[in-house]
Design a protein around this ligand. Structure first.
Ligand SMILES: Cc1cc2nc3c(=O)[nH]c(=O)nc-3n(C[C@H](O)[C@H](O)[C@H](O)COP(=O)(O)OP(=O)(O)OC[C@H]3O[C@@H](n4cnc5c(N)ncnc54)[C@H](O)[C@@H]3O)c2cc1C
Length: 398
């Protein structure tokens, strides 16, 4: 396993759980310190495709029963969410997406604006055209806690997690993986999983595999404590604002999807860490501006933390998970597209079962890492499509 983030920990834990032999999870830095701990920690069941919805429901099940299964809790707040539109056009899109999601097994209830405001004390009902309540949505207050839980549960079953050990090469012979080179020596292995997040393209290149992803900045703000806001209040998503909010550290966390996001080069410089990303506080101010008619507490607020990281975007907004046809033994789990933290639990379960049993538990062809091979994705086209996917995160699509 290359990359000790949400994907790497999840796949590695599930592999040792299945008794898949000797499993080593490598990271170039301290494990669990790059993009994953910077996430907002939101789990959303509305996912715009049958496959991703199934993964979202499975992730929820894994996280909420993890303590039962392993004795190690993943602390989470099962507060539900409100999916909101404040324009008739957005209401139409939201309603259509809700209808699809209900068809795929998500529990969703239409509520009126007053009821929404009763469910969520920090929400003003004024101006809301359509709102749906999704009781199954949840959040994890401090995202790193999920990685630590996987780490502890995995180590108890024999997982070896090795930090500060960059992978420097992958040996492929006759179309088959056989070893991984690291700064500390070579590990012979018939299976390598590229879970290196925004570095996954660079890891793929070591094996001669194209992993077409684009790192893209996403940032959020946690306000100072706000009177009356409590951890048990729901998550709010306001589609026409392309923004979201949830309770955090006695205040509110909020963020959004700007229409002109900042892409980073897929060849990241040596020594790059997510702490080197420069943030733009005016962007958070702009999201506060569009959210505050519905979240009055944002009118006057101070910031407790400005944080962010890089999404790993793909050309079609969907994850990459599965084996790579051209190199036997090389697997990819990346392309978070902003939902990787939450979907990683299900991806780990499915990919580990696939590695061990030879078949995925259900059809994951939608996420095949090879699916872009025949699409003639030039770097410019990939960039253009990845930006579109980011900018339209809350534009529901079929
Ligand atoms: C601000 C923000 C908010 C977000 N909010 C949410 C949310 O609410 N819900 C959600 O589902 N998702 C969210 N996401 C997305 C989510 O954080 C990511 O999808 C997920 O964390 C990606 O996990 P990862 O394992 O791919 O990446 P990482 O956590 O970055 O892990 C990859 C690891 O690979 C290691 N690595 C790279 N190269 C090498 C090498 N050569 N050798 C060894 N190790 C290497 C890195 O050091 C790193 O630790 C958010 C993202 C951001 C930035």
């Amino acid at each position: 396993m290359i990359g000790a983030g949400a994907f790497g920990f999840s796949v590695a834990y599930q592999l040792v759980r299945l008794g898949a032999g000797s499993v080593v999870l490598l990271d170039q830095y301290e494990p669990g310190t790059q993009v994953s701990p910077k996430a907002a920690g939101l789990f959303k069941m509305i996912q715009a495709s049958a496959t991703k919805t199934r993964l979202a429901l499975l992730s929820r099940q894994i996280v909420t029963t993890f303590a039962q299964e392993t004795g190690v809790p993943i602390p989470h707040e099962a507060v539900g969410s409100l999916f909101i539109a404040r324009t008739p056009a957005h209401a139409g899109m939201v309603d259509a997406e809700v209808e699809d999601s209900v068809g795929w097994g998500v529990e969703i209830e239409r509520v009126d604006a007053r009821e929404a405001s009763r469910l969520c004390g920090y929400l003003d009902p004024e101006g809301i055209v359509s709102v749906h309540h999704v009781p199954g949505d949840l959040y994890i207050e401090e995202p790193r806690s999920m990685l630590i839980a996987y780490w502890q549960a995995g180590e108890a079953l024999g997982l070896r997690v090795i930090g500060h050990t960059p992978v420097t090469g992958i040996s492929v012979e006759a179309g088959e993986v056989w070893a991984v080179q690291t700064a500390a020596g070579t590990i012979e292995t018939p299976v390598v999983v590229d879970a290196a997040g925004v570095w996954s393209r660079m890891i793929g290149a070591m094996a001669g595999v194209e992993v077409p992803v684009v790192p893209m900045r996403h940032q959020l703000r946690i306000t100072s404590p706000i009177e009356g806001v409590t951890a048990d209040m729901p998550i709010v998503r306001i589609t026409d604002a392309s923004g979201y909010a949830r309770p955090a550290r006695n205040g509110l966390m909020f963020g959004g999807f700007e229409s002109n996001p900042l892409a980073y080069p897929s060849q990241l410089p040596a020594g790059f860490t997510t702490d080197m990303i420069s943030f733009d506080p005016t962007l958070n101010d702009q999201f506060a501006e569009v959210l505050k008619p519905s979240i009055p507490a944002l009118r006057e607020h101070t910031s407790q933390e400005e944080r962010g990281g890089l999404f790993t975007m793909t050309a079609d907004g969907k994850l990459m998970a599965g084996p790579v046809g051209a190199v036997r033994g090389f697997w990819v789990t990346t392309g978070c597209n902003g939902s990787g933290f939450s979907l990683s639990s299900a991806i780990g379960r499915c990919v580990a079962e696939w590695i061990v049993g030879g078949e995925p538990p259900f059809d994951l062809s939608l996420l095949a890492p090879d699916r872009f091979a025949s699409q003639g994705l030039t770097p410019e086209l990939l960039h253009e499509k990845a930006v579109w996917q980011y900018a339209n995160y809350y534009t529901p699509s079929a």
